[in-house]
Design a protein around this ligand. Sequence first.
Ligand SMILES: [Zn+2]
Length: 248
Amino acid sequence: MINTEGIVLKQVKTGEDRRIIMLFTEKLGKISAASGTMYHSKSKSSGILHPFTYGKYTLYKGRQIYNINYGDIIKSFYKIGESIEKYAYCSYILEFTERILPENQSDPYLFELLIDFLEIIENRNKKYLPIIRAYEIKSLKHLGIMPQLNECVRCGNKETGVYFSIEEGGLLCNECYGNNTLIFNLNHDTIEVMRYIINNSIKKLEKVSIDDKILDLLNKLMKRYLEYHLGLNNMKSMDFIDTCSISD
Ligand SMILES: [Zn+2]
C-alpha cells in the first residue's frame, strides 16, 4: 500500500463503473491508476477521479497499473469548471504536464508548481496567458530543456544578442547568429520578463502585469518552441482553445 497525494491529469472510462486515471502523484510521479467498481459515477467518491482534483490516495500495485483503494479530496478546484476559459486553459496545462512528465518518477518541484498554478487560475478572472507561459517556461527550465538566457547557447559567450534559437533553446551571441532558419527575434524587455519568470515563484508573478507586446512575443516563441521540441501541435486542449477563439 502506498499513501500519496496526487492530482488527476486525465480520466478514461473503461467500463460501466470502472475508470482509469492518469495521476500525477507526489511520491511516484505520473502513474496510471484504476478505480474499483466501488467508485460509481454517481457516488460522492467519484470526485476523486475528476481531472483537476487534488487528493490523497491509497494505492496498491496491480499487475500492470496501480489500483485505487481509497481516495479523499483535498481540493477539487471546482471554480475552474465554472468558466469555459479557465477550463480550457487548465485542460491545456494538464495535457502539457502529462506530455512532459516521465512515468514513475517523482518530481516535487513540478507537483508544487501545478498546485500553485491551479490555485492561481481558480482565483483569477482575467489575464490567464501570462500564468500559462510562466508555467511552461518554469517547468521546461526545471527539466533542463530551456531556455538558456545567460550566455550564448552555442559558444558560451556571455554577451548575447536578442536572437533566440528555437533549435538550441537559448540566446545566441552576435557571432553565432547566422544563417539559421530557426531563429526567433526577441527584444531585451521580453528576455528580462523570461528571466524574471525563471527567478521568481509563480505566486509572485501573479501580481506582475506583462505588457501586451511582450506577451504576444512570448506566445509566439512558446508556440514555435513547443511545436519543434515536444510536438505539442496536435493537442486536443489547444484545439479547443483555438476553436473558442478565446482572447485574454
Ligand atoms: Zn555564440
